[in-house]
Design a protein around this ligand. Structure first.
Ligand code: 0A1
Ligand code: ZN
Length: 853
């Protein structure tokens, strides 16, 4: 293991040399691949004087090294190869190296590795240094040519194909790029192909490459790709820029997918779909991730990041763009609600604990640990706020300027904000605090009514986070409307721009005291702290004209009820039941929206809410409260529920469309409630009749929640046992629905099922992630949840530190709980830290989590 060093944003310096071109030759062999690299280098005028040439490299066996054709002996360290300035020409020169690597032995899945007989690469963030000696940093951009030699039939790399024959293929990427966007794939693959013509009439060949037998599950991914390409032309004016666009699906992949130039590599679960194997949620995710990776072609590839501190420059913007796209393809309101649910459950949770960090961090040890909800999701919210503040027209002009000014650059957040400043003449220095200050602001709201004048007063509190005890007030765009007691808008949506710690806004000339609809569309990633008048939430759930706030009113009410039950043991409140019943049976509302309203807040969310109230959450009581609410709701909705289910149970041929998905979501929600009353009769027949995976897994979930479904579990496994991506649902569902005291033992048993490949990241995340997602089980007072997760993290860490480190965030909320749970969680964190040879990745995470107490 190389020594772990902290890297600081403040230390940035341009690289000593420029790399004008790179020629790579790969002679592929599982245990001894030879990589020859020919780099055309010259001193960088931005780094005057004569400088040593230091190239990154890890785990490489150097075979030869030559400068301008003459063999040289460089200094080789575990993480670098250095040539002294005195041994280098004071002008352009060529460096040739040859190294040997063993892709077969690469279980970390970074660099060149093998997945089921196929070679593939993952170079972001710092994987290229495991392939060859190179300045592995995003601001070094170069033209890559690649030759692959192998007997495998399909040999792919970035850019356009230039030559191929028996046993070889050559590729040329005309667009200079950083090494993290390099990719190579070789395997026995089949293509699902299509053609695309760009707005300026350039033909592009599109291929999705999969393992033989999977070709018929690529249609939705291809359709999503074509829609993404068209959308980026129409909405952002961005065209594709190569002759081919290849996507490859691999089974072993640490993340969701990767935007390598012209050769996106995907986790197979985000490509393959058919109605029988993919849920509606899978379809949505495939569409969103295909779009995300495609959009990176401009926001990430053509304009990349100067250094890894600027990660949000590409990720925040690309997530924002994929959210816009999904909103345009589906119901924008439903998408916004779903995105906020994710933001709160992942990013607010992160911001509230020991792993909180700014959207643009200022230091890191292991960059792979910063591919976080904060960088991605909060990074996207920051862009949404910027757009709200400057307006749609100025946003468009600023983006045009960004693409014009920075095409081909490795840019910074300063460059990004400058295009907005230049377009709008606004000073964005206060806005920039969103990039530098961690933590979720709390917005306290007070109101006053005095003789026709209504005043809203906001006070922002920016809580301390690790390393940031003090904060300054931020700019917060607060979209507000005022409603009459009959539900009409007396003041339609306006945006209030809060810039001070405390600020009041007056509304004059009103006939009656209005009901405010605050933070419409969730216009800023903040927690609203407001004690509404009795009945106000139910009123807004019934009448708010902003769909987000309509849903939010019901959500806030449900959270209030669940927290009260968990804390005080009060009965389920009828005002919540009545309000939710009215929405459930309102046929004028979108079924997808109604299904969202019926989804109860998660237990971890309630723990977060209770913690924010300054109380200690009790996972067992929260679990019981949630069950009680579901049971009471099933009774309150009564026979209407059966009628609703029947109405939705139509025979329309399957389509993955958002409207059909919405109907299925409501149908499954109704079924799950009905199952609490009939003991599983309807769900068993729904399982047997299911015509889509959404219905099949929905019925199975309904049965497992009431401790039925053993026969169905068996028949599901018999049907899908050979499809690992489908079976992941089977494993996860059993663990998430298990009784809290049983789930850890069940997870342990399942992960050790013969043939279950826990070294595959999807499989590992399925079981260990599901246990962590079962809040009452992971935080069970026995400590069995903590122990089991720690045991398995320690098993995975030596093989795949990156995935182990990501999954370890299960522990990030440990400081929230009571002394006994804290003691048990801390013991497991300390046990991990004491493990010999713990990876740097996992060590950094565990140390940060332990620093909280
Ligand atoms: N850039 C990719 C995600 C990604 C990030 C890191 C990886 O390895 C550490 C792999 C993929 C995206 O945003 O989709
Ligand atoms: Zn991305």
């Amino acid at each position: 293991m190389t020594e772990q060093k902290t890297v600081y944003l403040a230390d940035y310096q341009p690289y000593t040399h420029l790399v004008d071109s790179v020629d790579l030759t790969f002679r592929l062999a599982p245990s001894a691949t030879r990589v020859s690299a020919r780099l055309s280098l010259r001193p960088n005028p931005e780094r005057p004087g004569r400088n040593d040439l230091r190239l990154d490299g890890e785990g490489l066996t150097l075979v030869s090294c030559a400068v301008d054709g003459k063999a040289v002996t460089p200094t080789v360290e575990p993480d670098a190869l250095t040539l002294a300035a005195k041994d280098l020409p004071d002008g352009p020169f060529t460096l040739e190296t040859e190294v040997e690597i063993a892709p077969e032995a690469n279980t970390a899945l970074e660099g060149l590795y093998m997945s089921k007989g196929m070679y593939c690469t993952q170079c972001e963030a710092e994987g290229f240094r495991k392939i060859t000696y190179y300045p592995d940093r995003p601001d070094v951009m170069s033209r890559f040519k690649v030759r692959i030699e192998s007997d495998l039939p399909i040999l792919l790399s970035n850019g356009n194909p230039t030559a191929q024959g028996p046993g070889f293929a050559e590729w040329d990427d005309p667009w200079p790029k950083p090494a993290y966007l390099f990719a190579l794939v070789a395997g026995d693959l089949r293509a699902h192909s299509a053609k695309f013509t760009t707005a300026s009439e350039r033909p592009v060949d599109l291929n999705i490459w999969v393992r033989p037998g999977d070709e018929d599950r690529c249609a939705y991914a291809m359709d999503s790709l074509i829609r993404s390409m068209r959308w980026d032309e129409q909405v952002y004016g961005r065209e594709y820029d190569l002759d081919v666009f290849n996507i490859v699906a691999v089974d072993d992949f640490n993340m969701g997918a990767m935007e390598n130039k012209g050769l996106n590599i995907f986790n197979s679960r985000y490509v393959l779909a058919s109605p029988e194997t993919a849920t509606d949620d899978d379809y949505y995710r495939i569409e969103a991730i295909i779009a995300h990776e495609y959009f990176h072609n401009w926001t990430g590839n053509r304009i990349t990041c100067r250094d890894w501190f600027q990660l949000c420059l590409k990720e925040g913007l690309t997530v924002f763009r994929d959210h816009q796209f999904s909103g345009d393809m589906r119901s924008a309101a439903v998408r916004r609600i779903e995105d906020v649910v994710t933001l709160r459950s992942r990013q607010f949770r992160e911001d509230d604990g020991p792993l909180a960090h700014p959207v643009r961090p200022e230091s890191f040890i292991e960059i792979n640990n910063f591919y976080t909800a904060t960088v991605y999701e909060k990074g996207a919210e920051v862009i949404g706020m910027l757009k709200s503040l400057v307006g749609d027209g100025a946003y468009k002009r600023a983006l045009d300027l960004y693409f014009d000014r920075h095409d081909g650059d490795a840019a910074t957040i300063e460059d990004w904000l400058k295009v907005f400043e230049d377009t709008t003449d606004r000073d964005l220095s206060q806005f920039k605090l969103w990039y530098s200050q961690a933590g979720t602001p709390r917005l306290k709201v007070d109101e006053a009514w005095d003789d026709g004048v209504y005043t809203l007063t906001f006070a922002q509190a920016n809580p301390p986070t690790p390393g940031q005890p003090e904060k300054q007030p931020k700019v917060i765009p607060i979209k507000v409307a005022l409603l009459n007691p009959n539900g009409d808008e007396v003041v339609p949506t306006i945006m209030l721009e809060m810039t001070r710690e405390k600020q009041s806004f007056r509304f004059e000339g009103l006939a009656a005291k209005p009901v405010p609809s605050i933070l419409r569309g969730f216009s800023a990633p903040v927690v609203l702290d407001r004690k509404p008048a009795p009945g106000e939430r139910a009123f807004l759930l019934a009448h708010d004209t902003d769909p987000f706030n309509k849903w939010e009113a019901g959500r806030a009410l449900a959270k209030e009820v669940m927290s009260e039950i968990a804390l005080k043991g009060t009965p389920v409140r009828s005002d919540w039941l009545d309000a939710l019943a009215a929405v459930t049976f309102d046929d004028t509302l979108d079924p997808a929206f109604r299904a969202l309203c019926l989804r109860l807040p998660g237990e971890d969310d309630i723990a977060q809410t209770i913690h924010a109230m300054g109380r200690i959450p009790d996972p067992a009581k929260i679990h019981a409260a949630r069950r009680e609410m579901a049971g009471a709701l099933a009774i309150r909705l009564g026979d209407g529920l059966s009628r609703l289910y029947k109405d939705l149970d139509d025979n329309a041929p399957f389509s993955p469309s958002a409207s059909q998905a919405g109907r299925r979501a409501l149908k499954v929600a109704a079924l799950q409630l009905l199952t609490r009353r009939d003991g599983g009769k309807l769900a068993a027949s729904a399982f047997a009749r299911a015509r889509s995976m959404t219905e099949e897994i929905g019925a199975l979930a309904a049965l497992l929640e009431v401790h039925q479904g053993q026969a169905e579990l068996t028949s599901f496994a018999a049907r899908w046992g050979r499809d690992a991506n489908v079976m992941d649902k089977w494993y996860a569902l059993q663990i998430t629905t298990a009784e809290p005291g049983d789930a850890a033992a069940l997870a342990d048993r399942l992960i050790q099922t013969p043939g279950f490949d826990w070294k595959n990241p999807n499989r590992f995340r399925t079981v260990i992630g599901a246990l962590a997602a079962n809040h009452a089980a992971f935080h069970h007072r026995s400590g069995a949840g903590y122990r089991l997760v720690a045991d398995w993290l320690l098993k995975l860490d030596p093989l795949n530190p990156q995935t182990a480190a990501r999954v370890s965030t299960a522990f990030e909320t440990w400081p929230r709980y009571d002394a006994s749970r804290r003691k048990r969680a801390k013991k497991e964190l300390e046990r991990m830290l004491a493990a010999p040879d713990l990876s740097g990745d996992l060590r950094e995470m565990v140390e940060r989590m332990l620093a909280a107490g």
